[in-house]
Design a protein around this ligand. Structure first.
Ligand code: FSO
Ligand code: SF4
Length: 538
């Protein structure tokens, strides 16, 4: 195995014995084989387009799902990858049959082994290091593109689940993976292709925004209890709002309270979700704390997407996976049929008593912020708001991530902190007060709601008649997995400069590629909160 797709990669260079995330070598090799097989399907789809032949829309949907299953902390179950590889090849063959041209030797002619052991051996021969490329900088960009495409695939899958699709997104997924097996593009063309991935991701996040707000309404500012209510309980983690909605409907009137965990917190702001009286509160913090937090939860736990960690034996029997998530030994439920989760919650003790642990606010997505845009703009003009910080991205276990907590604590009282994704759990319950009625800490949502932040930044730039880079706005980003890579590429595509990125820089960027980003975008690693605040606020 060799994997260096996420921030916590071993020694900052790559996991090659076993994943720091818990991914076993066989799963890593099988995931590489999924990507290899998808590359072949991508080549077939590109060839079909060139011949004017249609690629079924559901092939795009499948492609996104299969790629999503290889993201960090999504699926650790080897058995789940065999059917994905077989379906990929079957779909490729169906396309190959109608093509006039024959497909090149390689991923497009690959024949999968018949059993899991054989597939694992094949996967070991088709990893990231086996992609045809002699120039290390171009190889770095090819890997960046693969990881960015994984992020796009995740958001495309979420959007498709709620009925929002754009064939152009799927076409880019096909083309992007197919291009990793070409050798005719120079460094400049590869930089352009990687930035194009950011552009396609923006479109994908736009689709997802339309999907979420179309199905559940625009989020509204909402106070969410952090304590518990006496009674039976189910905890829902991940990003999938449709699963949450289905569970809320299936538990109506049963006396079971539903709690969010991790990235599901912003779900409390959606009118069509918050209307359910038993959608109670939020439990716990970010994904890397689940061992401790899940072990103490007295009800069933449902993982809808990443980030799952190896469940401790004490709660393996209470945790359920759905969608693309998998863990060997954890019960997987399909098609929104949550009966087993509900039965487990009924059989478990639930919370014995009410506990008060305060509240947090969420629901400050673009619509909510735009509705007070006039007040915000006046406060900036009157000098009451000096600066905005977007402190956003993922959380993780590294101690260096305390930077983000301290940064928010030390941000001066005349500044506003916008946040999104699971990195917010480093400071989400801080009471930062308000500026003329505008809360100083605004939770805009999940990682995909970076779309909301971009829309707000563009609207502010318009109001102040300047570019986004000229606004009193700084981006302080934390990254962990491949959705964050896709968002970073979107910000680069938009020409955003001066971003600060941590806790460490991606291992998959070579020094030359990094230098290019520094020279053209002034992107910098985080230093200390004091130094960075001083440099930003002058
Ligand atoms: Fe976090 Fe995990 Fe949302 Fe990621 S829970 S780390 S970027 O999957 O998706 O922010
Ligand atoms: Fe290592 Fe991250 Fe890959 Fe897991 S996802 S194997 S931690 S680089």
């Amino acid at each position: 195995m060799f994997c260096y797709q996420c921030e916590q990669t071993a020694k900052g260079t790559g996991c090659d014995k076993m994943g720091v995330c818990g991914k076993q070598p066989d799963v890593s090799d099988l995931q590489d084989l999924v990507v290899y097989a998808l590359t072949g399907l991508g080549q077939a789809a590109v060839a079909a387009k060139a011949e004017g032949k249609a690629v079924p829309l559901d092939t795009g949907r499948f492609f996104a799902k299969a790629l999503f299953s290889t993201l960090t902390n999504v699926n650790f179950d080897p058995a789940d990858f065999k059917p994905l590889i077989e379906e990929t090849v079957a779909r490729r063959e169906a396309l190959a049959k109608v093509l006039a041209a024959s497909l090149p030797e390689g991923p497009a002619t690959f024949r999968p082994a018949l059993d899991l052991a054989g597939l694992t051996r094949q996967g070991a021969e088709h990893g990231l290091k086996n992609i045809p490329e002699t120039n290390p900088d171009i190889l770095s960009l090819k890997h960046t593109l693969i990881f960015g495409l994984k992020g796009v695939a995740a958001y495309a899958d979420h959007a498709a689940i709620l009925g929002q699709e754009d064939p152009a997104v799927y076409e880019f997924l096909y083309q992007g993976l197919a291009d990793t097996f070409t050798t005719d593009k120079d460094l400049g063309a590869w930089v352009a292709l990687v930035l194009k991935c950011g552009e396609v991701n923006l479109r994908t996040m736009e689709l997802l925004d339309a999907a979420n707000t179309g199905a559940y309404g625009h989020p509204v500012p909402t106070e969410v209890p952090l304590g518990a209510k006496a009674g039976k309980a189910i905890l829902v983690s991940g990003h999938d709002l449709k699963d949450l909605k289905a569970l809320l409907e299936q538990t109506a009137g049963l006396g079971i309270n539903i709690y969010t965990h991790g990235e599901m917190l912003p779900a409390h702001g959606y009118p069509e979700l918050k209307k359910h009286p038993h959608f109670y509160g939020h439990y716990g913090t970010a994904w890397q704390n689940q061992h401790k937090e899940f072990a103490a939860f007295p009800g069933a736990i449902l993982m809808t997407t990443n980030c799952i960690q190896r469940p401790a034996d004490s709660y393996l029997g209470n945790i359920f996976t759905t969608g693309l998530v998998g863990w060997p030994g954890a019960t997987h439920v399909k098609n929104g049929e949550f009966g087993p989760v509900i039965e487990k919650a009924k059989a478990m003790p639930g919370f014995a008593a009410d506990t008060d642990q305060g509240t947090v606010m969420t629901g400050f997505a673009r619509n909510a912020i735009m509705s007070v845009a006039g007040t915000v703009i006046d406060a900036v003009k009157a000098g009451k708001i000096k600066h905005f910080f977007l402190v956003a991205g993922c959380d993780g276990a590294k101690p260096g991530r305390n930077y983000y907590t301290e940064f928010v604590e030390k941000a001066p009282a005349d500044t506003i902190v916008l946040t999104l994704a699971c990195g917010k759990f480093r400071f989400f319950d801080k009471k930062l007060g308000d500026i003329g009625g505008i809360p100083r800490l605004l939770d805009m949502g999940q990682c995909n709601d970076a779309y909301s932040a971009i829309q707000v930044a563009v609207a502010l730039a318009k109001a102040f008649e300047c570019g986004v880079n000229d606004l009193p706005l700084s981006m302080i980003l934390s990254w962990y997995e491949q959705k964050a890579v896709a968002i970073l590429l979107t910000l680069l595509h938009l020409g955003i400069k001066n971003m600060r990125l941590g806790p460490t820089l991606p291992a998959f960027l070579t020094p030359n590629v990094l230098n290019y980003l520094v020279a053209n975008y002034d992107i910098k690693p985080i230093s200390t909160p004091e130094e960075d605040l001083k440099a930003i606020l002058g």
